[in-house]
Ligand binder design. Structure first.
Ligand code: SAM
Length: 250
């Protein structure tokens, strides 16, 4: 379970809200049971439940655990808003695989209409999906999910990354592998986590103009192979390739 840093003391952890409810009502936890609790920043512990109430569970820290389940590189998955509930799938599976940030965006061929009144609720739901997937995958951090951004804002964000790639099926094959290696090797000794951004287009793909604008903003166009992948598959394949080439899948 993920808790706020202030819910840890040196000896105890307090689990509240939906998680306390989940632990008591869904998992039917009892005093003496154990679980893992993390603040998603610097502390993670194996704890033994002491007082169990659906509103609040207090647990004793048995052992502090090393926080080493996170990839050494931060991969930002920028996903053009797909139809239906596919964004949820991208967030859930991408969190399991190891993405550190999801940036939904609108591009020329995005067909989903934004509804200002419902966007807040949708973002909350996406964040909840990321949290649950991070818990189930035993991650130490919950990936960040950004509110939907425009294409122009995405290009600005791409400039904050150490390397940015636009997945473009019209690009020749074999590019991504070399690109990832080059990006990682060139900054290996900088002593900080690298931020690698991957852009995936909508069902209808990126337009030529978008591909050109992305390249002008410093992104490299890459292929994910000769087969055309569905947008949600492309996100997972691209993310997996980056983590694999970074030595983060072993
Ligand atoms: N425009 C294409 C078409 O209708 O034939 C397909 C777009 S594809 C379904 C959706 C997105 O997934 C693309 O914009 C791209 O970002 C990514 N994608 C899918 N297959 C890819 C590939 N082989 N190489 C690079 N990107 C790919």
């Amino acid at each position: 379970y993920f808790i706020q840093p202030e819910q840890f003391t040196d000896e105890t952890a307090t689990i509240a809200g939906d998680d306390a409810h989940h632990l008591t009502r869904v998992m039917r936890a009892k005093p003496g049971d154990t679980c893992i609790v993390s603040d998603g920043i610097s502390r993670e512990a194996l704890v033994r439940l002491q007082t169990v109430d659906p509103r609040q569970v207090v647990a004793d820290v048995i052992e502090w655990l090393p926080m080493d389940n996170e990839p050494a590189v931060d991969v930002w998955v920028a996903q053009s808003l797909p139809k239906g509930d596919k964004m949820e799938l991208v967030i859930q599976k991408g969190t399991e695989i190891g993405a550190s940030r999801f940036i939904p965006f609108v591009s020329e061929r995005t067909v989903v209409q934004l509804d200002g009144k419902k966007e807040g609720k949708r973002l909350e739901r996406w964040q909840k999906i990321a949290k649950e997937a991070a818990e189930q995958a035993h991650r130490n951090r919950v990936p960040q999910v950004d509110p939907v951004v425009s294409w122009k804002d995405l290009l600005r964000l791409a400039q904050e990354a150490d390397a940015a790639w636009i997945c473009y099926e019209k690009q020749s094959v074999q590019e991504l592998r070399g690109q990832i290696r080059k990006a990682i090797l060139s900054r290996k000794n900088e002593g900080r986590r690298q931020r690698l951004l991957l852009m995936i287009g909508p069902e209808g793909g990126f337009t030529e103009r978008e591909a050109a604008e992305a390249e002008a903003a410093g992104c490299r166009a890459v292929s994910l192979g000769k087969r055309i992948l569905r947008t949600e598959t492309a996100a997972m394949v691209g993310l997996t390739c980056i983590l694999y080439e970074s030595g983060e899948m072993g």
